[in-house]
Design a protein. Structure first.
Length: 370
């Protein structure tokens, strides 16, 4: 073999790049529970020439998830999957048809990707039909609801929709008021001690078919509080310490108007410190931040209307996500803190101030019979 040929082989990984990454790549994540086959389909966006694509976890239903930033520089490859807080980083092998790397979603897992050919491409299952939405004009109530004390020592809390079925896990009456009235716990006063200390698991079914929108979901929780917890309350205006979301003078917000404003809003944390928001208003964003992350109410003072797509990715500190219960120690991160992430990633500012806002004063409440 000639020296020039040796040199060409040695240089091949540095010659590989974005063009070589375009195509279908597949590999198997070996996790303790089972093996998971994953597929990356990578293409080039004709509008801006950037790499883009989709991610599929075949053995978990095969739903297509959009890729975030995709980069290929020389032999180095980096792919982000914002919707699940995942990252794949690897290096092209000399043949250009294999990438050896690591998939990280919390814990790093070694995984090699192979370029798929027509004969080796894995079949991706058809996605399930989209859930039927509840008539937005409907005013649903619970057809049936079961309320049980949560198991002792339960951690975290959750609100879940499965069609017209509503599920809450490890929620107090205060949590239900937080969600139903879209308020922070500092906006709730009065009531017996147990509304803050006793936890309940709730399963209920709405009397109208389809998945409720967020306003209908909140209304159902308010009706449950009145019917099953005998909640009596009144509302007051008070000046409280808050976090305000504001624009920055001279800075254009880095928010993208959603292409489908009628889509169901999505504001779900795939991991602590990562919030990919889709078709969300800033009012909905503020409600999620005060409900899950911050230690005081959050108000939107931007005067920005519309529904937006954006991603907020930061390194949370020990004072955030307190409502989730004790948080495991987070790994070292080069991500910005929340205030810096607001400015760098959203072009907005999060400031501490005071504002006159609604509060919910509990007059009385009673524990449910079942």
């Amino acid at each position: 073999m000639t020296r020039s040929l040796f040199a060409a082989i040695a240089l091949l990984p540095t010659l590989l790049g974005a063009q070589d990454l375009i195509g279908t790549w597949q590999g198997t994540l070996k996790i303790p529970a089972r093996d998971l086959r994953v597929v990356f389909k990578i293409s080039r966006n004709p509008a801006d020439e950037k790499l883009t694509g989709q991610f599929f976890s075949i053995d978990q239903g095969g739903q297509a998830l959009p890729l975030g930033a995709v980069t290929a520089q020389g032999s180095a490859v980096r792919i982000k999957i914002d919707a699940i807080g995942g990252t794949y980083e690897g290096t092209f092998a000399a043949d250009g048809n294999t990438i050896n790397g690591t998939f990280t979603q919390g814990q790093p897992i070694a995984m090699a990707l192979a370029r798929a050919t027509p004969s080796t491409t894995w079949s991706i299952p058809e996605p399930p039909p989209p859930p039927k939405r509840m008539d937005p004009k409907a005013d649903p109530a619970f057809e049936v609801a079961t309320i049980k004390p949560s198991a002792a020592g339960g951690r975290g809390r959750g609100f879940t929709l499965r069609g017209s079925e509503i599920i809450t896990i490890n929620t107090t009456v205060e949590d239900l008021i937080n969600f139903g009235f879209s308020v922070h716990q500092r906006q709730i006063t009065g009531g017996p001690d147990w509304v803050r200390t006793d936890h309940f698991d709730i399963t209920g079914k709405a009397d109208v078919p389809g998945t409720p929108n967020i306003d209908q979901f909140r209304s159902l929780i308010r009706k449950l509080l009145a019917d099953r917890f005998q909640l009596k309350f009144h509302q007051e205006k008070k000046e409280l310490a808050v976090y305000a979301i504001t624009t920055i003078p001279g800075v254009t917000p880095k928010l993208i108007l959603t292409a489908n404003p009628s889509a169901t809003p999505s504001l779900i944390f795939p991991r602590l410190g990562l919030l990919p928001a889709r078709s969300a208003t800033l009012e909905e964003f503020a409600a999620v931040m005060q409900g899950a992350v911050l230690d005081r109410p959050v108000v939107n003072q931007t005067k920005l209307d519309g529904r937006y797509d954006f991603t907020l990715d930061w390194a949370p500190d020990e004072y955030q996500f307190a409502s989730f219960g004790p948080i495991p120690k987070q790994p070292e991160s080069d991500k910005p803190d929340l205030n810096k992430a607001f400015q760098e990633e959203l072009g907005l500012k999060l400031t501490t101030t005071k504002a006159v806002i609604n509060t919910v004063a509990i007059d009385s409440a009673a524990k449910p019979e079942n």
